[in-house]
Write a protein that binds this ligand. Sequence first.
Ligand code: URA
Length: 182
Amino acid sequence: MNLTIPDLQQKLKSWQGCELAKTANPVLGEGNENAEIMFIGEAPGAKEDELGRPFVGPAGKFLDELLESIGLKREDVYISNVVKYRPPGNRDPLPEEKEQCMPWLMMEIALIKPKVIVPLGRHALAHFFQKLSITEAHGKPQNISEKLTVFPIYHPAAALHNGNLRQSLFDDFSALKKFLEQ
Ligand code: URA
């Protein structure tokens, strides 16, 4: 029997493999299971924890705006996170929390089989390239194989704190659109 994303969502509900499961609700990814593009953020925040869905708070609203700027809707893409639970007070996820949650992200990638993965911010970028800094790598496609390209972009929440990054995010999304059209 082939697993589906709803199967994973169901299984995650009873999983206790991460300390954060004691204090937060599970949030798997969601979106189009046939998507060619997959966006990966850091970890759920307060709104995501409340609703059990990724990127539905302020950063998610901005992500929707960025998607719209290149003619995409949430339903066209798949959106997930490295860590599947909200860290207390939205602190950075710990290395062990990222590691414990990693199998879920790997299973999502295996099911979706995206052609392009967009890590949003440094935590998701480090999942693919430990040594690349987001400041240097953003907006530059990295070929992983014939079938998969990683296209790093700043985390949308970063622009909510630092207005200068806003334009950079729109520029990178525009570069992503050009890349997809190639
Ligand atoms: N920030 C993230 O990295 N992921 C979310 O789902 C929400 C905010």
